[in-house]
Every structure is written in structure tokens, then in C-alpha cells.
Design a protein around this ligand. Structure first.
Ligand code: PMP
Ligand code: GLN
Length: 380
């Protein structure tokens, strides 16, 4: 059959590749980002109760109202922002679907979208599938800061959207108030949309504040916020996320959402709505992961790897340039196959495949897993 691929250059996502390699070689898996511990038993109980009570048919298209109300409360509580549960919040099948739906709803062929690299691997293919063009801007290493002059120069009449992600996967850095002010100046008075991927919103460390787009009333009116419960309540396998945006944008979002997924897992939405009534179930997360970050760092303090700053997410970057000059993809594979520890090489998140000899390690793991991983890393 003469089949024309819509993504001729796409291979298999690095998360699948590295997790499969870890399984094949029986390696400790700090590659793909997911916890190796259970979510709260209370959440499991709520979910199983809703299954037993018969909530096993379609949920309403935009999501159950109880969960949309809960999200609205959380956004008010954390960011002093008002998002109306009826018209400004929609529940999605995880953040990946939410992001795809946003690109599909708002991009036309020929539009340009500014993304910052290293960049989460679903963005660029999803942009290109709409016939739009990603315009990557590299963040400056070390530090992974954004040079806003580069952004100003990249904005053109074709720019339809800017995508930000803070706390940032894969670097573990966070945007600052000064970044948000630069962004506000660039967007003011334009028709450019801001897509803000905030799936790690409750994981910002060292008493710093999450600079969510919802905190900025001037940005809110042209922004779409995407988040996910996978990280917040340790249920990446549930694939439930949400989008918050002003109603005129949400109307367009839902036009696509209804035909792409229609509705999302019903009993689990109800369980999440109950579970998140207790604000400790999201407000404590930053302390929980800050401890894990600190523990992992302490285990590596005598290693030859250089630890990059991690201010948020559950990812720690390690620079191995004093150990080897091997390309990062090869080094990550060798670390998995020979040393039985899987990580994610950073170059795959750059269109240029820029290689700074960095590997990403997920520290959403039990202490004993982190100890075993650190023991391997300290052998170098
Ligand atoms: N955006 C970022 C930055 C992520 O790290 C992830 C996955 N962890 C997603 C989106 C996708 O989230 P989900 O699993 O809810 O689709
Ligand atoms: N977001 C997770 C990570 O960065 C994994 C997502 C995925 O496997 N697609 O590791």
C-alpha cells in the first residue's frame, strides 16, 4: 500500500523506549516520570465506591460538575483566580489529550507556535499535525533561562501561540515573576494565545511560589491552562487532566473535545472531586517531593555527576561531562544495559539534538529505589 505518513520523522517516544529497555534489562527505572509507590488508599476507596455505586456510564461532556467545581476552588485558593466551572473548565483524558485538543482547536495551517527547548516531546508533533509550524527557541544552559530578546525577535505576524511549561519537564526549572512580566509585555495588545502546561503546578520547592498564568489577570484573557491529576495525586495511569480558559476560548476547545473524546472516565472524576476537598491532598505535595529531591541529592553528594538546580517537578538533571564525552543517548543506554539504571537523555527534547551531556532522573520513587540508584551512580 502506498501510505503517506503524517509524521514521517517520528520514531517511538523516548519514554516508551527507555522504560522498555529498563524492563528488558531488569534495570531500576528512573526514566519515565511516574511514582513507584501507591496513591492514597482513601482515593482508591473512593474510586471503588463509585464503581460499585454504578457510575459506569458516560460522564457529562465537559466533565462532572463536582470536579469542575473543585478545580475552580483550587484555582481560587492557590492563584486568587476565578474560573467558572460551567463555562471555563473542562476535564480531559490527561494533559496530553488536552494539549493536542488545544492545538487542534486554535491552530490553522501556516500558523507559527513558539516553543522553548528542551521541550516536552508531544508538543511539536501535535503542532505539525495541524499544518502549523513550531518555532523552537533554546533556553540558555546552564540554568535553562529564557532570553526574552530571542522571543521578541521570533514573534511575527504568523505567530499564533506561545507555549510555556513551568515547572519545567525535563529541566526542573521554574519561570520567575520577571519571566511572567516579560511575557505579559510581549503578549499585550496582540492576538497571540498563551498555552501554559502546568502539570507540575503543585511541585515548586524551596518556599517559592508557582508563577501560574492564573495569577496574572492581564494574561488570563488570552491564555489556556493545562494541568493533570496524574502528578498531583500519584495516579499517572488514570489519565485525567483539565483545561481552564476564558469562556470564548473554552467554547472552541469543547467543539473539538466533544468529537475527540466526548467524555472522560466517570467514576474516577467523582473520586478525585471528593479526594481534593481536603486541600492537604495537593498542598502537601511540594513538601513531599522536596524531601525526595533533598534525599536523592544527599545520596549523590560524593558522586562525579554534577547536579543541576531543581526547583520543581520530580526530575533531577545530572551532568556527566567529567565522566564521559559519550553522546547522551548512548550514555543513557549503556547506563541501563550495563549498570542497570535507566534515565532519559536530554538531547531528544531539542530539534537540533543539542547534547550538553545531561541525563534526567525521576525521583518520584521510594527511598530504597533512590538508594539503589545512587549506589550505581556513585560507582562512577
Ligand atoms: N506535559 C508535561 C510537561 C508532562 O511532563 C506530562 C507527562 N508527565 C504531560 C504533559 C502529560 O500528562 P498526562 O499524563 O496527564 O497526559
Ligand atoms: N511525562 C512523563 C515523563 O516526562 C511521561 C509521559 C509519557 O510517558 N508519555 O517522563
Amino acid at each position: 500500500m502506498n501510505l503517506k505518513s503524517k509524521l514521517p520523522n517520528a520514531g517511538t517516544t523516548i519514554f516508551t523506549v527507555m522504560s522498555a529497555l529498563a524492563r528488558e534489562h531488569n534495570a531500576i527505572n528512573l526514566s519515565q516520570g511516574f511514582p513507584d509507590f501507591e496513591c492514597s488508599p482513601e482515593l482508591i476507596k473512593l474510586a471503588s465506591n463509585y464503581l460499585k455505586k454504578g457510575y459506569n456510564q458516560y460522564a457529562p461532556m465537559p466533565g462532572v460538575i463536582q470536579l469542575r467545581e473543585r478545580i475552580s476552588e483550587i484555582m481560587h485558593n492557590c492563584y486568587a483566580a476565578t474560573y467558572h466551572p460551567d463555562t471555563e473548565i473542562t476535564i480531559t483524558a490527561g494533559a496530553t489529550q488536552a494539549l493536542y485538543t488545544v492545538f487542534s482547536a486554535f491552530l490553522q495551517a501556516g500558523d507559527e507556535v513558539i516553543v522553548f527547548e528542551p521541550c516536552y516531546d508531544s508538543y511539536i508533533p501535535a503542532i505539525e499535525l495541524q499544518g502549523a509550524k513550531a518555532v523552537p527557541i533554546q533556553m540558555e544552559y546552564p540554568g535553562f533561562t529564557i532570553n526574552w530578546n530571542l522571543v521578541r525577535n521570533a514573534v511575527s505576524t504568523k505567530t499564533k501561540m506561545i507555549v510555556i511549561n513551568s515547572p519545567h519537564n525535563p529541566t526542573g526549572t521554574c519561570l520567575t515573576a520577571s519571566d511572567m512580566s516579560e511575557l505579559t509585555t510581549i503578549l499585550k495588545g496582540t492576538d497571540i494565545l498563551l498555552l501554559s502546561d502546568e502539570v507540575y503546578e503543585h511541585m515548586v520547592f524551596d518556599a517559592k511560589k508557582h508563577e501560574g498564568v492564573a495569577c496574572y489577570s492581564t494574561l488570563r484573557n488570552q491564555s489556556i491552562i493545562v494541568s493533570s491529576f496524574g502528578k498531583t495525586v500519584h495516579t499517572t495511569g488514570w489519565k485525567i487532566g483539565y483545561v481552564a480558559a476564558p469562556s470564548f476560548l473554552m467554547r472552541e476547545f469543547r467543539k473539538i473535545h466533544q468529537f475527540l473524546v466526548f467524555a472522560v472516565n466517570h467514576p474516577l472524576q467523582l473520586a478525585l472531586a471528593d479526594f481534593l476537598q481536603n486541600e492537604l491532598n495537593y498542598k502537601d505535595l511540594k513538601h513531599f517531593y522536596e524531601k525526595k529531591r533533598n534525599y536523592f541529592k544527599s545520596l549523590l553528594k560524593n558522586s562525579q555527576f554534577k547536579l543541576e538546580p531543581c526547583n520543581g517537578t520530580y526530575f533531577q538533571l545530572l551532568n556527566y561531562s567529567s565522566i564521559s564525552q559519550m553522546p547522551d543517548v548512548d550514555f543513557a543506554k549503556e547506563l541501563t544495559v550495563k549498570y542497570k539504571l535507566a534515565s532519559i537523555p536530554l538531547s531528544v527534547f531539542y530539534s537540533s539534538k543539542k547534547d550538553d551531556f545531561l541525563l534526567r532522573f525521576c525521583f518520584a520513587k521510594k527511598e530504597e529505589t533512590l538508594e539503589k540508584a545512587a549506589e550505581i551512580l556513585c560507582r562512577f
